[in-house]
Unconditional design. Structure first.
Length: 194
């Protein structure tokens, strides 16, 4: 009984990844190209995540500043975290992240924004608005299909959505999307052939 339940976890995860592989491949390629163009053009990538996705944002930034699977110079990626904004009048998570985007972001920079796997949707709108006010493009990883979130995206932004109702499936997918982006960036920068 327990073994079947465990197997179901694997099957569910594999099914989601199989379902999104084709529809996400083009937007992922566009996102990777946008990130390469931005970083090689002198911009920086600010990586932010809501809730538990803050760890995913830090992980993505670490892969870019360090290395993924190939040696290459570090790339200008910075993980921002709401916990870094402390002091009198502590802001909530979204306000703290938006403040850091306003402070650190410049025109030509990019934002990799990762929604909480359980979905926070509309609470991310201030982060998108802060990035747009700084003339930054956004790559959004989400499981949510929140209308307020979708309507806050600009034509220059790239949404990468993992449509699943389970927190665990979306969280697993975020890690794969980060790996795919890093691999595609490295392939472009290092001239790795397919």
């Amino acid at each position: 009984m327990l073994e079947q339940r465990i197997q179901q976890q694997f099957f569910e995860s594999a099914d989601l990844l199989y379902q999104v592989a084709e529809p996400l491949s083009r937007p992922m390629a566009l996102a990777a190209q946008m990130l390469v163009d931005g970083i090689t053009g002198g911009g920086r990538l600010l990586c932010a995540g809501a809730g538990l996705a803050a760890q995913d944002a830090a992980y993505a930034a670490a892969l870019l500043t360090g290395r993924f699977e190939q040696e290459r110079p570090g790339l200008a990626a910075i993980a921002i975290n709401a916990l870094l904004h402390q002091g009198p009048g502590v802001l909530d998570e979204a306000a703290g992240l938006a403040r850091q985007i306003q402070t650190l972001g410049h025109p030509g920079d990019l934002l990799l924004l990762i929604d909480n796997p359980s979905g926070s949707g509309a609470s991310l709108v201030p982060l998108l608005e802060a990035a747009h006010a700084q003339d930054m493009s956004v790559v959004l990883l989400s499981g949510s299909q929140d209308e307020a979130l979708r309507s806050a995206l600009l034509d220059t932004d790239i949404p990468l959505r993992l449509p699943h109702s389970r927190f665990a499936r979306v969280a697993e997918g975020y890690r794969l999307l980060s790996h795919c982006l890093c691999d595609a960036i490295d392939a472009q920068l290092l001239g790795i052939e397919e």
